[in-house]
Design a protein around this ligand. Sequence first.
Ligand SMILES: [Zn+2]
Length: 228
Amino acid sequence: MAEVIKINETTYRIEDGGVRFYVFCGKEKAAVIDTGMNTPDAMEIVKTVTSLPLVLVNTHADPDHISGNGSFDTVYMSPAEEENYREHNGKGDFIPVREGDVIDLGERTLLVIDIPGHTPGSIALLDEKNRVLVSGDSVQNSHIFMFGEKRDLPLFIKSLEHLKEYDGRYDEVYPMHGDFPQKPDLVEKLIEGAGKILEGKAEGTETELFGNKVMLYKFPFAGFLYKE
Ligand SMILES: [Zn+2]
């Protein structure tokens, strides 16, 4: 059963076990950011907290982020993510968003930042007014999935370095997994950790996930599930 938690008067997080999604209300519209893993009723859940017209935005299209997308006609997402979305049976028309695009909710905006690597079209969303960054799965303190097709660890590092160009413009990171919220300095830690893995300087343990043997690299700040 999903739990709705009010962060402040205009912001909510919906927790569903291992994953969460968000509602950011502006003056004219509310953004639903992802729709969770076991919440096909995401739209109904969101309507319990706001009567504003809703727009759906996806940080990326892995199955644990799109379970409630079917209730929406359109979705803001990176065009680089469309293949991943359709492969997971994602419905609705794309409104492609790219680096620098702004989703205007009325006196509250979401600036799109491209951070491919975890998936080809992963994005972060910067709510400049409230100094919050929604990071999807790319900046979080749980296990970051970096194995299998479509994942790219060197690109992930490059994207987080790009994200650092936004340092000073947000005070908190809202991730979809792990502890809520996170501090911006996690970005630098993840860059260092991922770099150590690539250099062969990190110690991992073999683990099995969905029938795949992968390596788990555990750092004090997060873990990476990775396969060369
Ligand atoms: Zn996820």
